[in-house]
Design a protein around this ligand. Structure first.
Ligand code: MF3
Ligand code: CO
Length: 255
């Protein structure tokens, strides 16, 4: 299946979903303080989702052999790379880094975004990882213009990450998005400039750099979801849903 181009009307619907995603992440982010459990964070996301009359894209999601995902939010603390499952047993502490990832459907269209948030004061290396990961996404978004190539996005991410001494996780990638959460193409966090499919107006990509402070190697835990760094180093992940338009990149999950 090829890359599905979206009409202006579809992009506007995806923007509505994206507004909700942004508002949910705002509410969750504000609650990322020492003492809160990741289960409580999931509860906040659930409440905001209901308020917006939207449907979770994560709850019950079941790719391949994994068990159905049991929550509406992914909460990935410190060495957890992505897909951390909220838990009553997991309490945030000062100095933690937490990735919060959320997607929903509104009026038949999906938007997907993630942030990594500092809990109180974090260490200098954690700050550098966080800032670099955000910079990777910003630079990737700048590449997301008609006429560029998919490889330009990954190349920008890997270049930015590696210049600061961080490792890009290759086992998980961004994706096309629209009426389904995952559509073609895969959007790797590395690539060759000038290679890959040409970016065209109407394409919508979920771009999601994932950086580790140590090695790029990751391990999936026995729950079938939680991805951790193999060397227990810190990891950070950020994501936006971005439309390619003639007026430049349109970040559908922006505030
Ligand atoms: N943002 C992730 C993705 O794009 C989260 C999906 S994991 C899920 O694939 F199970 F929670 F859906
Ligand atoms: Co995604």
């Amino acid at each position: 299946m090829g890359i599905i181009l979206k009409s202006q009307r579809e992009l506007d619907k995806m923007r509505e979903a994206g507004r909700i995603v942004s508002a949910v992440l705002d509410a969750v982010e504000a609650a990322c303080v020492p003492g809160v459990t990741t289960f409580e964070l999931n509860g906040i996301a659930k409440r905001e989702l209901a308020r917006a009359k939207a449907r979770s894209a994560f709850l019950g999601y079941r790719p391949g052999v994994a068990p159905p995902y049991p929550a509406v939010l992914c909460t990935s603390v410190n060495r957890v790379v992505v897909h951390g499952i909220p838990s009553k047993q997991e309490c945030l502490r000062e100095g933690d880094l937490i990735g919060i990832d959320f997607a929903c459907f509104k009026d038949g269209y999906c938007a997907d975004a993630a942030r990594t948030v500092a809990v109180g004061v974090i260490s200098e290396p954690a700050r550098a990882l966080l800032e670099t990961t955000r910079m990777c996404l910003e630079r990737a978004i700048k590449e997301s213009i008609p006429g560029a190539r998919l490889g330009d996005i990954g190349a920008a991410i890997a270049r930015t990450s590696e210049s600061r001494g961080f490792a890009v996780v290759r086992d998980f990638v961004g994706h096309g998005i629209g009426a389904a959460m995952h559509e073609p193409p895969s959007v790797p966090n590395h690539g060759e400039p000038g290679r890959g499919p040409r970016l065209r107006p109407g394409m919508v990509l979920a771009i999601e750099p994932i950086l580790n402070a140590g090695s790029a190697e990751v391990v999936v835990l026995d729950d079938g979801w939680t991805v951790v760094t193999a060397d227990a180093s810190l990891s950070a992940h950020v994501e936006h849903t971005v439309a390619i338009t003639d007026d430049g990149p349109r970040v559908l999950t922006a505030a």
